[in-house]
Design a protein around this ligand. Structure first.
Ligand SMILES: [Zn+2]
Length: 591
């Protein structure tokens, strides 16, 4: 990734200093957000009266209420105060002015929430609040004046916490864990393990006892990698600390446990879900890291193609009906549903959810956690919701007939219902509804559409390798779907494959993208569903309306150089004729 460009030389004698000087001529934050289409008047009015009540800044209130993303506020402030904006994802410790950090001290910087940077050799000061002149004054008294750049508060905090984290002597802690270890040191070791997992964007930490060692592995982008191994003799120490944090009886290593606890790191409050199973070697533990404060990706950022985005936006405009999101575990269904909710959440819509578990907490919507013991089930919650006058209901999963019936009832009585199902493709999801005892009439009249998806690892743009693909090897029907009839290349064309890996990725991959298909029902499709047409017939009918399969989407990503052919085929099934294997039908998506 290229370094962010340096801020332009400051035209005025100094960057905006005191808010009072030019506030009158400056466009107002709320108006700018409305003009940018990031806020509506109703939400703004709500936030203004809220911030008058609490005394919080308007920007903070907009973030807390879930009306705006921190990135949107920072960007609007950058325009309002004519300061360069740096996106949090562009921040890394490599652009930190370490000499300046040393001169001021990390503690002071953490307190003032500012960070000296060197952008292409040019000193600048990263801030998150242009009105907080006390912080900048303090730092400038040491470093002298520098041009400003702005990012989100959590962006600044994240880098500062990483800088503080770097001074932890991890080698010493791990070394002492190999010899003897004190209770306090085990705790530091554990915090180091978890902190490092967060920095590496791990979703889970696995702590597994084997015969001689305890292996700690991180799951990053869906893949497990070994982070560390410790002597087996330290396993109980580590388990003690973790059981203690999760509030589980320390003497009870021999049972199944689960629990949750909070972990503060890099400016974030992380919710950790803990599960332990007794193995013959001792308790095996998995910690799932749920990041409450992580800002939710928009549907665009998740990587949907324009044709899928159009179809999804279309579905979300209906006031009532049922929308299904399907795919196996780990296919990003929850994130998609939340990105949909955040698109719908306009301050004038009442949104209720029932989930098991609540994975992402969202401000200004009401979320219910399934609790079988307390008889809070999916079906009962949906029934109860109908008396709460909601507009939109999210049902975490429809896995039994009773829940399906309630979800349909809600969708038929004026509510937009979003839910997930276990099915492989958008069309297969319909059959799953029939299995759950819904009849073709109900399905054809209530269902708005179904979205199936998977996640593919993206090639690292920094180290991907040029390769080529002979179009003659592609299944002809698939190639025509992607390139258009008569437009399939006749000569080998350029595609890319994973490189060996570099400093900006792990093993040649960096981040993931969604690959999806969205079936939005129209009159003809409803008729076909009512007549129980075959899946193939449904796909054919949908194609006439611009429907494209997940396989089409996957090959499109290969052609665009975003993913490798190997990755696309491993997840979505074969796209090319392999000489050793008999050809499979391209329209079928393998599990
Ligand atoms: Zn790379």
């Amino acid at each position: 990734m290229a370094n962010p460009r340096p801020p332009p030389p400051v035209a005025e004698p100094a960057p905006p200093r005191r808010a009072t000087h030019s506030m009158a001529s400056r466009p107002r934050l709320g108006d700018m957000l409305i003009a940018a289409g990031l806020l509506n008047q109703q939400k703004l009015d709500q936030a203004v009266s809220m911030s008058k009540r609490t005394g919080d800044r308007l920007g903070d209130t907009l973030i807390k209420s879930g009306f705006c993303r921190p990135e949107d506020i920072a960007q609007a402030l950058s325009k309002q105060f004519h300061i360069d904006y740096i996106a949090p994802r562009q921040l890394s410790t490599s652009i930190v002015d370490r000499e300046a950090v040393k001169a001021v001290g990390v503690k002071v910087l953490e307190e003032k929430r500012v960070l000296p940077l060197l952008l292409n050799g040019q000193p600048c000061l990263l801030i998150c609040d242009p009105l907080d002149t006390e912080g900048t004054d303090k730092v400038e008294s040491v470093l002298g004046k520098r041009p400003y750049a702005i990012t989100t508060p959590s962006g600044v905090e994240m880098i500062l916490q990483i800088l503080a984290f770097e001074t932890v002597d991890a080698d010493r802690i791990i070394e002492s864990a190999r010899e003897s270890i004190e209770a306090g040191e085990v705790k530091t070791l554990f915090q180091y393990l978890l902190g490092k997992a967060v920095l590496e964007r791990a979703s889970d930490v696995h702590i597994e006892p084997t015969g001689v060692t305890t292996v700690v592995r991180y799951r990053v982008d869906g893949e497990l990698r070994t982070a560390l191994s410790l002597p087996r003799s330290r396993h109980e120490n580590l388990a003690n600390v973790i059981f203690g944090m999760a509030g589980v009886d320390l003497s009870d290593f021999g049972r199944l446990h689960d629990g949750r606890f909070t972990f503060h790191f890099a400016g974030r409050k992380l919710d950790i879900r803990f599960a332990a199973s007794p193995t013959v070697e001792g308790p095996m533990m998995v910690l799932r890291i749920l990041d409450d404060t992580r800002s939710l990706a928009t549907l665009e950022e998740l990587g949907y193609t324009s044709w899928n985005l159009n179809a999804i936006n279309q579905l979300l405009r209906y006031p009532y009906g049922l929308v299904l999101v399907v795919g196996p575990t780990g296919s990003g269904k929850t994130t998609t549903l939340y990105s949909c909710l955040s698109r719908i959440n306009d301050g004038a819509t009442k949104i209720l959810t029932v989930e098991d578990p609540v994975e992402i907490r969202m401000p200004s919507i009401q979320q219910v956690q399934v609790n079988e013991k307390a008889e809070v089930t999916f079906a009962r919650s949906v029934r109860a919701f109908l008396r709460q006058d909601p507009d939109v209901i999210l049902v975490g999963e429809v896995r039994d007939e009773e829940t399906a019936r309630e979800a349909f009832r809600a969708a038929n009585t004026g509510h937009l219902v979003l839910t997930t199902l276990h099915a492989n493709t958008a069309v297969e999801a319909l059959g799953r509804l029939f299995d759950l005892d819904m009849d073709p009439y109900q399905v054809s009249t209530t269902l708005l559409g179904s979205l199936a998806q998977r996640l593919l690892r993206k090639l690292c743009p920094n180290c991907k390798k040029r390769s080529s693909l002979n179009p003659a090897l592609l299944f002809p029907e698939l190639a025509e779907n992607v390139f258009g009839a008569g437009r399939v290349p006749t000569k080998p064309f350029e595609v890319w494959e994973a490189g060996k890996g570099c400093t900006q990725c792990s093993g040649g991959h960096s981040g993931r993208t969604v690959v999806a298909e969205v079936l939005a029902l129209d009159a003809e499709l409803r008729e076909a569903i009512y007549a129980r047409a075959s899946n193939e017939k449904l796909v054919q009918t949908a194609r006439k309306r611009g429907f494209r399969t997940m396989m089409d989407n996957a090959l499109w990503l290969v052609v665009k150089g975003i993913v490798s052919l190997q990755e696309a085929e491993a997840t979505c099934g074969p796209m090319t004729t392999a000489p050793a294997k008999p050809a499979e039908k391209p329209s079928e998506v393998r599990r």
